[in-house]
Write a protein that binds this ligand. Structure first.
Ligand SMILES: *[C@@H]1O[C@H](CO)[C@@H](O)[C@H](O)[C@H]1NC(C)=O
Ligand SMILES: *[C@@H]1O[C@H](CO)[C@@H](O)[C@H](O)[C@H]1NC(C)=O
Ligand SMILES: *[C@@H]1O[C@H](CO)[C@@H](O)[C@H](O)[C@H]1NC(C)=O
Ligand SMILES: *[C@@H]1O[C@H](CO)[C@@H](O)[C@H](O)[C@H]1NC(C)=O
Length: 501
């Protein structure tokens, strides 16, 4: 009797778990936020003034959260620096920081706000999540006291971390991530000693989390996908677009495609800093993205995603990135290569001379192959195909192998690689591939006006070609196979503040 009742209970419990716990799809939201910046960041403000500013930003985020929840969103991602802005020193960020505990303490700040000292930001985010029954991802600052027992302890007696927090739909703190790869100007924060691989389980799949510049890294970005097998990644960022190769939406969508996970990317919005470009990216398609250099307003986006994309029939197959290029013999024709800079890296370029053709351009171990057809060769637009194989050393160190086709800024070949915004030449056919020594290649297409191309118009073939589909007539600004060679990286990408010792 007892046994059978137990079995009934187990069966009922299993039903509940299936019913409540397993969603095949979910609604994701990201909010591109035009951050209200503090008036002064060079002298410290009081804790009260810091909180006033943070509450003004959370007021805006609150509207987005409520709107998203009303439309059925299960999770919303808000940007890096979205609560207090940027350009701080170590001293001036301090009044904005809270002690953020390890989530294993099992804490719902909304219910028990004073358990870990004064934490009004965590309390407010927790209550927002709880009252709107939605997961909230936000970025804020954590402080951790230390003392002489730790030889690395900073002179002011605490660590300060750029931190992502996640509250579940009950308001519970379920994830805390300290940004590992700080970008060079982030002098207000400390590097965590080790890279953290932070994941959290939800009824709509397993999530990973990291921040902005981390997306260039193996640890934690690639590792959290390859080793921890997450389905989706939530990604707060404060990304300033730098064409041709480092614009937010093209780069982030390429990462989701290459890593074959959902990526929910929320950027800050500030046109004078070229910060715009947020989106919801699935492995097989860009679901929705936002890019706006005209206005100063924020934007909410929502899209339905598959909870476990790797179980779906349209899950993209793994690509062998050099399979095609390995077997190509360069067609023998005259070609004069020339150097050109992209974001401080010296590429080897060659000009596209005709409206159709095949080119091979090489640098060190990398040869890039391009086959293309333009609808017409304009006299006022020049395109070049380029290769780079080397260590990037400015604002961080990381090893790259890149093949790219791009429009030069002017008809002067010296401008190839410099940013350009629009193009009138239409490409009807293209195929770009390279002899890469890495399997981490992020395939990008940027069209005139920094727009993304629709998946109807191109594909990534299993043998490693970024190819047009028939019927495409695309005003291409940039095609790129952006490869990362992690084995040749230094231990940490960021350079950060030098330690005074
Ligand atoms: C900055 O100063 C202006 C003018 O005094 C004021 O209107 C504005 O609200 C201030 N902004 C913040 C974030 O305090
Ligand atoms: C120093 O820090 C350690 C670790 O955080 C802590 O256990 C210890 O109590 C601290 N010592 C003093 C004197 O504050
Ligand atoms: C954008 O950022 C810059 C640099 O921090 C700042 O001076 C400017 O006021 C910001 N623009 C808006 C609209 O907040
Ligand atoms: C380019 O190469 C393809 C095969 O790789 C060939 O069919 C085509 O004729 C070549 N085109 C030119 C213009 O050389």
């Amino acid at each position: 009797m007892i046994k059978s009742r137990f079995q009934k209970y187990v069966a009922l419990f299993a039903l509940l778990v299936l019913g409540v716990d397993a969603l095949d799809t979910f609604i994701a939201a990201v909010y591109e936020h035009a951050v209200i910046l503090p008036n002064r960041t060079e002298t410290p403000v009081s804790k009260e003034d810091a909180l006033l500013l943070m509450n003004r930003n959370i007021d805006v985020l609150e509207k987005a959260v409520k709107l998203a929840a009303k439309q059925g969103a299960h999770i919303i991602v808000t940007p890096e620096d979205g609560i207090y802005g940027w350009v701080f020193t170590r001293e001036t960020i301090y009044p904005y920081l809270e002690d953020i505990p390890d989530p294993k303490v099992n804490w719902i700040p909304c219910r028990d706000p004073h358990r870990f000292g004064h934490s009004p930001v965590q309390e407010r985010l927790s209550c927002l999540a709880k009252h709107n029954s939605i997961y909230i991802v936000a970025n804020t600052g954590d402080k951790k006291p230390c003392n002489a027992s730790d030889p690395q302890c900073p002179a002011d007696g605490h660590y300060q971390y750029n931190t992502n927090v996640v509250f579940d739909s009950d308001g519970k703190l379920v994830a805390r991530y300290h940004k590992y790869n700080l970008f060079a100007p982030e002098i207000q924060f400390d590097f965590p000693k080790d890279s953290e691989f932070v994941t959290f389980e939800t009824p709509f799949g397993k999530f990973g989390i990291f921040t902005c510049f981390d997306i260039f890294s193996h640890d934690p970005a690639v590792a959290v996908v390859d080793d921890f097998k997450v389905d989706s990644v939530v990604y707060p960022t404060a990304w300033y677009n730098t064409l041709p190769l480092l614009s937010a939406a093209p780069f982030h969508s390429a990462w989701a495609r290459a890593m074959r996970v959902n990526l929910l990317a929320a950027n800050t919005h500030n046109t004078s800093m070229h910060m715009t470009g947020s989106g919801i990216y699935a492995p097989e398609a860009v679901k929705v993205y936002y890019y706006d250099m005209e206005t100063e307003s924020g934007q909410l986006m929502l899209s339905e995603l598959k909870s476990r994309p790797c179980r779906e029939p349209d899950y993209p197959e793994a690509v062998d990135w050099s399979a095609y290029a390995r077997n190509i013999k360069p067609s023998p024709h005259e070609q004069s290569d020339f150097p050109g800079m992209i974001y401080f890296d010296e590429f080897t370029f060659t000009e596209l001379k005709e409206n159709t053709g095949n080119y091979t351009v090489c640098q060190k171990d990398l040869c890039c192959h391009l086959t293309y057809k333009m609808s017409g060769k304009r006299t006022d637009e020049v395109y070049a195909v380029g290769a780079f194989d080397g260590l990037h050393t400015v604002e961080g160190q990381y090893y790259l192998q890149i093949c790219t086709l791009l429009k030069c800024q002017t008809t002067d070949l010296k401008t190839c690689g410099e940013p350009v915004g629009s193009a009138f030449t239409k490409f009807e056919d293209f195929s770009l591939s390279g002899t890469f020594g890495t399997s981490y290649i992020f395939p990008q297409i940027v069209l005139s006006g920094s727009q993304l191309a629709s998946e109807r118009h191109y594909e990534v073939s299993r043998d490693g070609r970024l190819k047009s589909r028939s019927g495409a007539r695309l005003p291409v600004l940039v095609l790129a196979l952006y490869g990362r060679v992690f084995e040749k990286d230094p231990p940490r990408l960021g350079q950060g503040p030098k330690k005074l010792q």
